[in-house]
Design a protein around this ligand. Sequence first.
Ligand SMILES: Cc1cc2nc3c(=O)[nH]c(=O)nc-3n(C[C@H](O)[C@H](O)[C@H](O)COP(=O)(O)O)c2cc1C
Length: 168
Amino acid sequence: MSSIVIYFSRNGENYFGGQLKNIEKGNTEVIAEYIKDLTGAELFKVEPASAYPEDYVECIDVAKKEQQNGARPELKETLDDISAYDTIYIGFPNWWGTLPMPMFTQLEQLDFTGKVVKPFVTHEGSGFGSSQRDLKKLCEGAEIKKGLSVPGANVYDAKDTVSNWIDE
Ligand SMILES: Cc1cc2nc3c(=O)[nH]c(=O)nc-3n(C[C@H](O)[C@H](O)[C@H](O)COP(=O)(O)O)c2cc1C
């Protein structure tokens, strides 16, 4: 059985329990790497062709507009075949209540028929928001398993939680 982690994660300035902090590695990426360590899954990082601003306030503004416009930002590289994998882990930060728009660009390209999808999110308080509903549409034909939601500030303490969730 082989698996892949398809994820989006942004480094740069981010907000942690009331403070702005610059991070080298995005929170979601930390979880994605645990999954790789624990399962041997491959990693595929979804990256927009034009990067989001490092500045947090600018970034949330750009992201909000994209969502309002139903944008499908162009990607640096697109994954176009997941036929080799049984289990697809899908990870993302909660952006304005759902997945960042580049994840829509990517996931709409893929055929999820017969796949097992395990979604995970990092967030600053709102968990999955409405992303699980969006995932149902984006991953039509997949069996979507229980998701894992981790507050961004806790990702470095979450390896055991991730391990238990993988085994569920
Ligand atoms: C553009 C943007 C929008 C966000 N919107 C939300 C939100 O609606 N709810 C929430 O709980 N956190 C929100 N956050 C916080 C992120 O979900 C959280 O910091 C996450 O862990 C970031 O993951 P990353 O470092 O992998 O990109 C937002 C962050 C950004 C940059």
